[in-house]
Design a protein around this ligand. Structure first.
Ligand code: AHM
Ligand code: MG
Length: 333
């Protein structure tokens, strides 16, 4: 029999059990769930709604925005700005931090989000997702400016993502393990289907964009080359490889059956220390992975301890099954 605990019921129980969240936070997650439901509808209806294709604009990182990138960003803002839980927001699709309009009350939380991650996959009908991270704004700050947002990942109150795949799922942590909720397409409720997700410590599966091999640093090349040699190399076992080019899909797979995911440092563009963004991609995913028993690193530093210097800062990301990530860290030493 399916456990029909809803996302809201799970959070209310956590509040009653003194797990460090309050009603304001629960209302915020409810608003995020509302945004994700609308994005789910957009992603699912696709061409029928005319939402596929390019928006004809670029974001601050010089990437072409898809129509659904822009729409998803609008949904997040529409659902989350009015409730009085947020002091401010930062989005992959907004150049600067987003100020809550003066007509709405302001709250104590800051939210960072990537409204539609992996959006190069939209037009080819492959899984995409939304990623979010919530922290408390610095004490007494109601009108946060850029420096107020530069908070380390260790301070997160919540890390989460919503995956728009064969089924739509919300995965979150509030520091009490990782829990997965499946969207009931009829009632619109997120129902607890995957409680206490745990990443197996060992794996035979790696995920990396192999076309960047020649640009990587030696420790990552060594690790991947050893995986490729399989039973005929020092690892003495064969590995499998996956690359969806959608971080939400890769992290969900790793939460389900283990694996290692890497978007490591490369020398393709010396101005970019990695591809993925710290505040709204790497931090929430790292919090989730650590809470599920895995590790997450730049290769040299725990991602959650990286001191941010910009909301759109990029970092190398290596995360997943503990023993494999530890091996990559050791190769960097
Ligand atoms: P995006 O935020 O512009 O969608 O980029 C992030 C995505 C990740 O989901 C994924 O891991 C990576 O980019 C794939 O990059 P590549 O196309 O270089 O393989
Ligand atoms: Mg992204």
């Amino acid at each position: 029999m399916l456990d029909t605990t809803s996302l809201k019921q799970y959070l209310m129980q956590c509040e009653r059990d003194g797990k460090g969240i309050d009603l304001e936070f629960i209302a915020l997650i409810d608003d995020i769930a509302g945004a994700c439901r609308e994005i789910h509808l957009g992603v699912n209806h696709g061409a029928i709604l005319g939402v596929l294709g390019s928006a004809g604009s670029e974001n601050v990182q010089g990437e072409t925005q898809k129509k659904l990138d822009v729409l998803s960003n609008d949904y997040f803002i529409k659902h989350c700005q009015w409730g009085g839980q947020l002091a401010g927001m930062a989005s992959e699709e907004e150049d600067d931090v987003y100020e809550i309009p003066a007509k709405y009350p302001r709250g104590k939380y800051l939210m960072y989000f990537d409204p539609l991650d992996g959006s190069s996959n939209i037009d080819v009908n492959i899984t995409v997702g939304s990623i979010f991270s919530i922290v408390k704004a610095p004490e007494g700050v109601t009108d946060p400016k850029l420096p107020d947002y530069l908070i380390k990942g260790t301070e997160q109150v919540c890390g989460g993502f919503c995956l728009y795949g064969p089924s739509t799922m919300m995965v979150i942590t509030i520091g009490d393990g990782v829990h997965g909720f499946t969207l009931h397409p009829g009632t619109g409720e997120f129902l607890l289907t995957n409680p206490n997700m745990k990443i197996p410590e060992d794996t035979k599966e790696f995920a990396v964009n192999m076309s960047n091999h020649r640009f990587w640093e030696e420790p990552v090349q060594r690790y991947v080359d050893e995986c490729l040699k399989g039973t005929s190399g020092t690892r003495e076992k064969d590995f499998n490889m996956r690359w969806v080019a959608s971080m939400v899909a890769e992290v969900y797979r790793i939460l389900t059956r283990g694996g290692i995911f890497m978007y490591p440092k490369d020398n393709k563009d010396p101005n970019k220390p990695g591809k993925l963004r710290l505040m709204y991609e790497a931090n929430p995913m790292s919090y989730i992975v650590e809470q599920a028993g895995g590790l997450s690193t730049t290769g040299r530093e725990r991602i959650l301890e990286v001191q941010p210097d910009d909301i759109h800062q990029r970092v190398p990301v290596i995360l997943g099954s503990k023993n494999e990530v530890q091996r990559v860290i050791d190769y960097h030493k």
